[in-house]
Write a protein that binds this ligand. Structure first.
Ligand SMILES: Cc1cn([C@H]2C[C@H](O)[C@@H](COP(=O)(O)OP(=O)(O)O[C@H]3O[C@H](CO)[C@@H](O)[C@H](O)[C@H]3O)O2)c(=O)[nH]c1=O
Length: 514
């Protein structure tokens, strides 16, 4: 018996030793293959830089060096977080907007003189079936995101007699079109400055090597803009960061150009510029807002490895995606309205301290090739700044247009418009916005517009679902819960002047009480 036990024990020890050796050698093998992969990538990147046109070599070298660093972080780090290691958010990590210190009227001009407004304008309108930059989609009264943003800043500058500059971060996909459009604002009194974010090479999913063979290739599928997290580096590289610091600017307010609620908020500006209660002002603030069932995809703020961290859905292990989407565990999400100290950006960029999580975005190219693009999100920088925190802002600061259903709300009488700012109509008796789901026939802006002869009255709407071949006449009113479903092969025309209140309209135009 004793003998058997000893034998078992020694076998176990032997096994353990063998396992440890195997693990060590597999780790060594992995890190040596990673070293080799990085080495091979560096050679490919050197080849790309060498192919740059005369006068463009320096820019190409800087850009490819940025990509090399991102790639090496991708090789080193895990792409998903360890779910069980999420810690509870520390006290004070998220401040309620209502508790921000009040602003003194006499300080407003001085505060605004330290501000730079940045809009993330690198995205295309493709997901809404539009060509060109997303910012040229008409949102209200034929005014585009860009028009409305210009109006907002112009109004701010007029009201306080200041000159807050508007900076657009374009991508190679949107730069030419945006530059052309900016000419039409020649008479608008807003200083608009744009710069272009980096252009990084897409890599083959199998070999992990760039698919581009030279910098000047006409193959546009070979490149991608590496996410809005690229802002800090690209802004510094453009020379604008130093320029603004020299002019005495201290903070930037960064937001998605498709978020119509992202206006300059004086309470937050006051909070980031002035220390309160003996505390150092935060170098970075993320505006978060309460999550609803419609916001399942947005990033959230968590505490991880003793720091605040932005958690995006792409970093969530598969088994926990439902938990991530639930509104009971993660109650808030990132609006991507971010405030960052310019001095702190300069520090983290020049010290190479920005360590944002790498998001792997797989794509399937038309030519049949699988590639990946490595991206970062601007909010992920939160962990690299001092005294960072979140502010829980009212929902009105998050009015994004991601789909035509969002456009329907903003185009309707639910919102009033004044100098580029949209606010929920006072005629609505409750402050929540309706939940709208439009079927795939409405996906493209052109098709959506064609299906509405006029935008319906939505003041009393709670919930609208439309599916199939449905067309709306003029002066339609939708109230309560309305569901309109045209079955395959059927067409429903909602006649002009119709009022639908708590109704289900089905394929053969039967109207039932709901
Ligand atoms: C990928 C990319 C995007 N953009 C612009 C386009 C949009 O105006 C803006 C946001 O991009 P989207 O792709 O719409 O948003 P997405 O990255 O999914 O999500 C961001 O915005 C969400 C809120 O809408 C947050 O909950 C997420 O945490 C935040 O990361 O950034 C760039 O300027 N450059 C880019 O490379």
């Amino acid at each position: 018996m004793e003998q058997i036990q000893t034998k078992t024990m020694s076998r176990t020890r032997l096994e353990t030793e063998r396992d440890a050796a195997a693990l060590a050698s597999s780790e060594e093998w992995k890190s040596s293959t990673k070293r080799e992969t990085l080495g091979a990538l560096e050679q490919e990147l050197a080849r790309l830089v060498a192919s740059a046109k005369e006068g463009e070599t320096e820019g190409a070298r800087r850009e490819m060096s940025g990509f090399r660093n991102l790639f090496s972080r991708f090789l080193r780090a895990k792409t998903h977080i360890e779910w069980k290691a999420i810690q509870p958010l520390p006290e004070g990590a998220i401040r309620p907007y209502k508790q921000l210190p009040p602003v003194s009227e006499s300080h407003i001009t001085q505060m605004l003189s330290k501000l730079v407004v940045v809009k993330l304008n690198g995205g295309l309108g493709t997901s809404m079936g539009c060509k060109g930059p997303k910012s040229v989609i008409a949102v209200r009264n034929d005014l585009t995101f860009l028009d409305l943003t210009m109006q907002q800043i112009q109004q701010l500058n007029r009201t306080y007699n200041v000159d807050v500059p508007l900076v657009l971060m374009n991508s190679f996909n949107t730069d030419d079109d945006t530059q052309k459009l900016l000419k039409k604002y020649a008479n608008v009194k807003v200083s608009v400055i744009s710069f272009c974010q980096s252009r990084y090479p897409r890599i083959n999913k199998e070999t992990l090597m760039p698919i581009a063979k030279d910098m000047g290739t006409a193959d546009m599928e070979a490149w991608y803009p590496p996410g809005h997290g690229n802002f800090y580096e690209a802004f510094a590289n453009s020379g604008l960061l130093d320029k603004f610091l020299e002019q005495g600017k201290e903070y930037c307010f960064l937001s998605n150009i498709d978020n119509m609620g992202a206006t300059v908020d004086l309470n937050i500006l006051n909070f980031v510029l002035n220390s309160s209660g003996g505390q150092e002002p935060p170098e970075f603030v993320m505006e978060v807002t309460d999550k609803t069932r419609a916001d399942v995809k947005g990033g959230t703020l968590i505490q991880y490895e003793d720091k605040l961290m932005l958690l995006e859905i792409a970093q969530v292990p598969k088994d926990y995606v439902d938990e991530f989407k639930s509104i009971s565990k993660f109650r808030i999400f990132n609006t991507n309205n971010l405030w960052a100290s310019l001095g702190a950006i300069r520090r983290v960029v020049s010290n190479n301290e920005l360590d944002m999580e790498v998001i792997v975005n797989p794509k399937h190219l038309d030519r049949g090739m699988d590639v990946i693009q490595l991206e970062t999100a601007a909010g992920a920088a939160i962990k690299n700044f001092k005294n960072s925190c979140g502010i829980n802002v009212p929902r009105s600061r998050f009015l994004p247009v991601k789909k035509t259903s969002d456009l329907l709300l903003l185009m309707s009488n639910l919102y009033d418009i004044d100098n580029g700012s949209l606010t929920l109509s006072s005629e609505r008796s409750f402050p929540t916005t309706p939940l709208v789901k439009l079927g795939s026939s409405f996906d493209k802006v052109k098709d959506y517009l064609a299906r509405f002869q006029g935008i319906p009255d939505l003041i009393e709407l709670d919930h609208l679902t439309v599916s199939g071949d449905v067309w709306f006449g003029r002066d339609v009113s939708l109230k309560g819960t309305v569901i309109i479903i045209a079955n395959h092969g059927d067409r429903i025309d909602v006649a002009p002047g119709t009022i639908l209140e708590n109704k289900i309209v089905s394929g053969n135009l039967r109207i039932l009480d709901h």
